[in-house]
Design a binder for this molecule. Structure first.
Ligand code: NAP
Length: 316
């Protein structure tokens, strides 16, 4: 297999490239090379996608292309430059307009012009919709994978890793919302392996690329077991109380990852992995994922803030 990975210097696209090398494929990563190191064994094809595609891209004779881009112009030029290749495009569940539901429709309006996501993060889902349309309309054949939260070794986002690291530390752990709130995560290694299977089989279609949906309480118990904490001491604190004390859902400083406002986001981490599993996706358990998250960076509620909030909860 002659594979072109558009990326390769960060988390998912790097894992895709590394696993493709391990399969003995001929792997080229086209990127600037500024986001991190490329895996051993790949060929680096320097390309800033703001520029015209180099002839090494247009004349590559690729069997498949895996792309993780966010900007529609980047996808337009790459699809036009790689005719004949099977396209595997990594999109997101953020393409869905209604986060209360796990249904695969409706989509947000496409955003066809490039938008600076640092200035307008809301444009992310709409640009991915536009990217998907370019791929579906213009690639020779294609598959679209829409991941939910991707987790595991090398995760630069600082979100999920809070839980394995916090649970490994032990003691009383602040757990947000309700234990039966439904969540799901997909291990980057499982997703990468499946993207390569899709590349090789030239599978077509549109799939949610997600892990098994489960109760947050179950996920935390599995993550705890995976890092050697057999009986985690969880104190569930309700959403209103957390919000009133400045704890933030999902991501960032002072956040509790995996916690989402409900019912507004009740469907965002409840998508059906069934069709992807039927198309070959194999999912490891969260217990197996958790130990690989112990070295990742974390941006979330600090231990001091957690203790403060727990004390206020017990004293209410
Ligand atoms: N993390 C999650 O939980 C999550 C959830 C849903 C969907 N997703 C999707 O999953 C994918 C994650 O991809 P990822 O982990 O590989 O991280 P990423 O941050 O999307 O990786 C970006 C890659 O694109 C390259 N790139 C960026 N700008 C470029 C430019 N101007 N020219 C050439 N290359 C450029 C980067 O290489 P250089 O900077 O070295 O050029 C890097 O290798 C994305 O599609 C994301 O939307 C993520």
């Amino acid at each position: 297999m002659k594979l072109l990975v558009l990326g390769g210097t960060r988390f998912l696209s790097r894992e895709v490239a590394a696993q493709a090398v391990a399969r003995g494929w001929d792997v080229t990563c086209a990127c600037r090379g500024t986001s991190g190191p490329l895996p051993d064994g790949v060929t680096h094809l320097p390309w800033d996608r703001a520029d015209e595609p180099p002839t090494a891209v247009t004349e590559g004779g690729w069997d498949a292309v895996v792309d993780v881009a966010r900007l529609p112009s980047h996808v337009r030029s790459a699809v036009a430059a790689t005719s004949g290749a099977h396209w595997v495009f990594v999109s997101t569940v953020s393409v869905y307009a209604d986060n209360t539901s796990p249904a695969m429709e409706p989509l947000v309006e496409p955003v066809t012009d490039d938008v600076d996501l640092a200035a307008d993060p809301e444009a992310y889902g709409g640009m991915k919709v536009a990217c998907e349309q370019v791929v579906r309309d213009h690639a020779s054949s294609s598959v679209i994978a829409r991941p939910g939260l991707i987790v595991g070794p090398g995760d630069p986002t600082g979100r999920f890793a809070h839980w394995p690291q916090r649970l490994a530390r032990g003691g009383e752990v602040l757990a947000p919302g309700r234990p039966d709130d439904v969540v799901q995560v997909i291990d980057v290694r499982d997703l990468a392996a499946w993207l390569l299977d899709l590349s090789e089989a030239r599978t077509t279609g549109v799939f949610d690329a997600v892990g098994q949906p489960m109760a947050l309480g179950e996920l935390l118990a599995l993550a705890a077991a995976g890092v050697g904490n057999a009986s985690p001491d969880l104190t569930w604190v309700d959403a209103d109380f957390l919000e009133a004390r400045g704890v933030v859902p999902w991501a960032g400083e002072d956040s509790l990852p995996l916690w989402l406002p409900r019912p507004e986001y009740g469907g965002m981490l409840a998508h059906d992995p069934g069709p992807a599993v039927a198309a070959g996706l194999r999912l490891r358990s969260v217990e197996e994922t958790a130990p690989g998250c112990l070295d990742s960076p974390v941006t979330a509620l600090t231990a001091e803030r957690e203790a403060e909030v727990l004390a206020a909860w017990h004293g209410r």
